[in-house]
Design a protein around this ligand. Structure first.
Ligand code: CA
Length: 221
């Protein structure tokens, strides 16, 4: 369940750097370097998040945002701009932007904001059935019939997968769905150290994706 992100940025160095970091964190990324292309992709592919540069060659990023909202596209938009003026930020929010990051930006901060936006935008879980209803009784019976195995203990992780104490901390965060940026913040390490830990942990657990970690730890895999 990787989130799809559309990056709209005409500076290819920035665009491709961003794409690499996002893909590394498990997102699916498409790039657009022009407003026209961005509008087409945003409308047809319905990404879960749009990172939008303001200075585009064919149109202002604000125009893109305005047209998207006019077309009823409610995808969260994070503006990425060299314009630091308060007025520019306000204009962005007025047009329906969800966040605003100024260049030069820290990749760590940007990744953290992206994952926060996605979390905020993801639909709330379905409401539980009313207590005493047939559905609630059936759900309770099913839960009793098939108890879920508990999560893997630290000891099991250490013994079965030879993880270090630090790697176990990383595994717990991965299982919660944390991105590398969030792991870096929570464990007070650099983004690149978090990346390295994630890579080593995935290797030791023998899983190919971050999503598989939660399933393994919580015994749903
Ligand atoms: Ca630009």
């Amino acid at each position: 369940m990787s989130s799809r992100i559309l990056v709209v940025e005409d500076n290819l160095d920035i665009a491709e750097g961003l794409q690499r970091s996002l893909e590394y964190d498990g997102y699916t990324v498409s790039l657009a370097t022009k407003a026209a292309h961005a509008l087409a992709v945003a409308t047809s592919d319905r990404p879960e998040l749009i990172v939008l540069d303001l200075g585009l060659p064919d149109k202002d990023g604000y125009e893109v945002l305005r047209e998207l909202r006019e077309r009823g596209v409610q995808t969260p938009v994070l503006i990425l701009s060299a314009r630091r003026e308060e007025a520019d930020k306000l204009q962005g929010f007025r047009l329906g932007a969800d966040d605003y990051v100024t260049k030069p930006f820290s990749i760590l901060e940007l990744m953290a904001r992206i994952s926060a936006l996605l979390r905020r935008a993801s639909p709330a879980p379905a409401p539980a059935p009313a207590p005493g209803s047939d559905a609630a009784v059936a759900a309770a019976a099913a839960a009793e019939a098939a108890p879920k195995p508990g999560p893997l203990s630290d000891e099991a992780l250490r013994e079965r997968y030879s993880l270090t104490a630090r790697q176990i901390e990383v595994v717990r965060l991965l299982a919660e769905g944390c991105s590398n940026a969030e792991i870096a913040t929570r464990l007070e390490m650099s983004y690149y150290t978090a990346r390295n830990h994630t890579e080593q942990v995935l290797g030791k657990l023998g899983v190919s994706s971050r999503a598989a970690v939660g399933a393994l730890i919580y015994g749903q895999g």
